[in-house]
Ligand binder design. Structure first.
Ligand SMILES: [Zn+2]
Length: 301
């Protein structure tokens, strides 16, 4: 295990413990790193910097091991149930960003693009050149044929992108997984065209759902290296050469069946409620909810 430092203050320690670790006794496997797997409440020790309030996992396993775990993690999305609501939620915010700012629609990059559902959206929105980066090989396998060839496998790495530059870069539910957020944002800045934009959506540790659910919140998860709120996300973008245009709580469209999966209740309760949902045929109903995510629009300066 390796100690981590506050990504804003660049110091180790000087933190308070929010939650003690809850790790499997038989070691960490790629199962725990699969996105949207069944809730298991597995996480590292979670601490908060006394100086700036940024929350992080500390200590964590070695980063090379984590890269490997992501590569072998499965994609647990089932297309109809999961992608449509995500596409709708993220698409709505990309749309807002595009309509309120002067952004060329030539090139778009989605980091952590899973099976590329946002790349499809970007094409529909008029982007001519699209690219994705995704560590999970299983997720890439599930991309449609015309999208698959646009996805670079592995972690985001400048050398894999050659001289390509982008007008818009997005990362959805990705940034809190990044072990070195300062290097990551500097690399993103590097591949953006002058005055290019970023849109990111990830968990919000300042949300009411976290205050209510605490350790049972899906935010507290082994995959999250850092956890941001509206203030710390703004600071880390500003620290790395971005002008923050807007930070905001995100309204998600959530299927009733997904909401049930997220609830901190026993499996037998879930099974009963799930049968009721299916019986009433209401499992696919979409609810607009503030689920505890935040969004940010930022521009390269
Ligand atoms: Zn700090």
């Amino acid at each position: 295990m390796k100690k981590t430092k506050c990504a804003l203050c660049e110091i180790y320690d000087n933190s308070i413990i929010l939650h003690d670790k809850n790790l499997p006794l038989d070691g960490i496997s790629s199962i725990e790193y699969a996105p949207r797997r069944k809730r298991d409440y597995i996480h590292y020790r979670i601490v908060k910097c006394k100086n700036c309030g940024l929350v992080r996992s500390d200590p964590i396993v070695d980063s090379s091991l984590i890269d490997d775990l992501y590569e072998h993690s499965g994609c647990t999305y089932s297309l109809a149930k999961e992608n449509q609501p995500l596409k709708k939620t993220y698409g709505r915010y990309v749309d807002e960003l595009l309509s309120n700012n002067k952004i060329k629609k030539e090139s778009y990059l989605d980091i952590g693009c899973s099976n590329g559902f946002m790349l499809e959206t970007a094409i529909e929105m008029g982007f001519s050149n699209i690219r994705g980066v995704e560590p999970s090989l299983d997720a890439i396998k599930q991309a449609s044929e015309n999208i698959k060839e646009k996805i670079i496998p592995g972690m985001f790495d400048l050398s894999k992108l050659g001289n390509e530059k982008f007008d818009l870069v997005s990362f959805f539910q990705t940034f809190d997984h990044i072990l070195e957020p300062n290097k990551f944002l500097q690399d993103v800045r590097e591949i953006l065209n002058d005055n290019g934009f970023v849109i990111a959506i990830n968990h919000n540790i300042g949300s009411i759902s976290y205050k209510f659910l605490k350790e049972k919140s899906p935010i507290i998860d082994i995959g999250h290296a850092y956890l941001y709120d509206l203030s710390t996300i703004q600071k880390i973008f500003e620290k790395n050469g971005f002008n923050v245009v807007k930070v905001f709580p995100v309204q998600n469209s959530v299927a009733l069946s997904r909401l049930l999966e997220l609830m901190p209740i026993t499996d037998s309760c879930k099974n009963i409620l799930s049968k009721i949902q299916n019986g009433l045929r209401i499992d696919k109903i979409q609810l607009p909810l503030y689920l505890g995510n935040l969004g940010i629009y930022a521009q390269k300066i």
